[in-house]
Every structure is written in structure tokens, then in C-alpha cells.
Design a protein around this ligand. Structure first.
Ligand SMILES: C[S@@+](CC[C@H](N)C(=O)[O-])C[C@H]1O[C@@H](n2cnc3c(N)ncnc32)[C@H](O)[C@@H]1O
Length: 274
């Protein structure tokens, strides 16, 4: 796994635009709605969102109403794409590393993070940062993808690309976004960081797309794009064609629904912690 700011965490350049236009409607809006619902159950006034990307969860949180939201992300192009279509004047956008948050201790009632934890090189450190900026009793609400075999589209794409280039396999999805899903491991890391009352549930949903759109979204709108561009035998066009062909063989040429599965968690900062 590469470090913060490069490689697997590098949502930069045109990735941000393609991510926002194609991938967000495909797989991020349904989990965002459900994660926001877990925040709605609290009486939070101040929400910090980390790894906010182009704002899928931010918009769902803003729709709840009644909160001030500071939405942050490591990569400026994601924040710029998000701020362009911000929905509420109660949302403030800022570039920030979730492992080194530029906020004082005990500043927020809720820290929320959609599909960002997997990208943190040091999970316990990242969780401890979330805990530090939470007020006592505050809630950390986040989600991570389940294993890649339960998220069929990136699985089919990964299998096809690895078969096409077995000597230099393109393993970004398996390694990072779909590589951190063990609930016992995550609960243990949250406890090590100081959280209590952790709970989590796996949730099944579905994505809707055509083979071509999904291939462009996953190959060109994620950091897999950088891995492809550095590849010795594949390039962006050939990799996207391989992905689209594999999806078409599985689902046909018409728009299709495919299963997605993720783990949604909440944890609380103890009230007694100094
Ligand atoms: C899969 S995207 C999720 C974005 C957004 N939450 C959504 O639901 O669309 C992962 C995001 O994590 C961000 N990220 C990666 N490492 C980070 C870090 N150390 N601190 C903050 N954000 C980070 C990336 O820039 C990217 O926007």
C-alpha cells in the first residue's frame, strides 16, 4: 500500500471529474443515504466529514438539515469538483488529511466518513484523529466496502485485467478499496484508538450501469487509472476495452443491475475521556 497523497490514495487530475460523473451515481449514493440516516438519529450540531470526495455523503447529510458540516478531503481536485455543486451554505469545504486533521480537540459532535478508511495507511492513527476532534459522547459513523467477490463489477474488471496481464496484475481494487472489510479487525482497531460502543452491519445494495459506462468509471475514474498508465503492456484504452468486454460477456450490452455490499459502522467517544 502506498502512502497518503500518492498511489492508491491519488484521486487527482481527470479522475475526480469521471469519478463524480459516473461512479458516484453508480455505487456511492445508496450507501450515502443509509450512512446519513445513522447520523440523523443523533442531535449533532457540528459534523466533520473526512475523505468527503466529491460530496456524495455531504449532500445526503446536508439534506438532513440543521447541521453545520465541514467537508474535507486529502485531494484538492475532489474538493473542487464537490464545491462546484454544493447544496447548502451550511457546508464548508477544506483540504485536509484524515490522519492529521487541522481542527482543535473536541470540535465536532459527529465525524462521518464514506469509503475513506481503506485509504488510510495507519487505520488506528486515523481513528485516533477522529476521536480527538470529537466531543465526549460524539459519534464516528463510517463505511467500508465488503470483499471484492461481493461487489461484482470491480471483481469482474479485476479478474479480466489480471488475466490479460498475469505478470503485472492490476490489483488496486482488491488491495485497497475492497481490501479492508473484516468487522472484528475494524472493531479491534477502533477499540485500540479509544472508541467504545462499536457496532456494524453488512448491507446489500445494487448498482445500475451499462458495461461501457462501468468500465470507464472504474478504469478511468479511480486510482486504478494511474496503475494502468504505469503498466508495461496495457494502456487506458486497451484496459477499458478489456473491462467493458468482460462486463458485456457477463451482463450483455443493455443497462444492468449488479450487487454491491458494504459494512456500515458507528463508534462512540467515551464520555469520561479527558
Ligand atoms: C472512494 S473515495 C470516497 C469519496 C466520498 N466519501 C464518496 O463517498 O464519494 C475515497 C476518498 O478518500 C480520499 N482520501 C484518501 N486518503 C485520504 C486521507 N489520508 N485523508 C483524507 N482523504 C483521503 C480520496 O481523495 C477520495 O476522495
Amino acid at each position: 500500500m502506498t502512502g497518503t497523497g500518492g498511489g492508491d490514495a491519488s484521486f487527482t487530475g481527470s479522475i475526480a471529474e469521471i469519478y463524480d460523473a459516473l461512479l458516484v451515481p453508480m455505487i456511492f449514493e445508496e450507501p450515502a443515504r443509509l450512512l446519513a440516516a445513522s447520523v440523523a438519529a443523533t442531535d449533532a450540531a457540528d459534523i466533520l466529514e473526512t475523505a468527503a470526495g466529491t460530496g456524495a455523503l455531504t449532500r445526503a447529510l446536508a439534506r438532513l438539515g440543521g447541521h453545520d458540516i465541514v467537508a474535507t478531503d486529502l485531494n484538492e481536485p475532489m474538493v473542487v469538483a464537490a464545491a462546484r455543486r454544493s447544496v447548502s451554505e451550511r457546508v464548508r469545504w477544506q483540504v485536509a488529511d484524515a490522519q492529521n486533521l487541522p481542527f482543535p480537540d473536541r470540535s465536532f459532535d459527529v465525524v462521518a466518513c464514506q469509503f475513506g478508511a481503506m485509504f488510510l495507511p495507519d487505520k488506528v492513527h486515523g481513528y485516533a484523529e477522529a476521536l480527538r476532534v470529537l466531543r465526549p459522547g460524539g459519534m464516528f459513523a463510517f463505511n467500508v466496502w465488503d470483499r471484492i467477490e461481493n461487489n461484482t463489477v470491480p471483481w469482474i474488471i479485476t479478474e479480466a485485467l489480471c488475466a490479460a496481464a498475469p505478470d503485472e496484475p492490476l490489483e488496486f481494487f482488491r488491495r485497497t478499496p475492497y481490501g479492508y472489510f473484516d468487522i472484528d479487525q475494524i472493531r479491534g482497531e477502533l477499540a485500540t484508538a479509544g472508541f467504545e460502543e462499536t457496532s456494524g452491519q453488512y448491507i446489500d445494495g445494487s448498482s445500475h450501469a451499462t458495461a461501457q459506462t462501468a468500465a470507464v468509471a472504474f478504469c478511468q475514474g479511480t486510482p486504478l487509472r494511474g496503475e494502468i498508465e504505469r503498466h508495461p503492456t496495457l494502456d487506458l484504452e486497451s484496459a477499458t476495452t478489456i473491462a467493458a468486454t468482460a462486463l458485456r460477456e457477463h451482463y450483455g450490452s443493455e443497462a444492468f443491475d449488479a450487487p454491491i455490499r458494504w459494512l456500515q459502522l458507528t463508534a462512540r467517544r467515551p464520555t469520561g475521556r479527558s
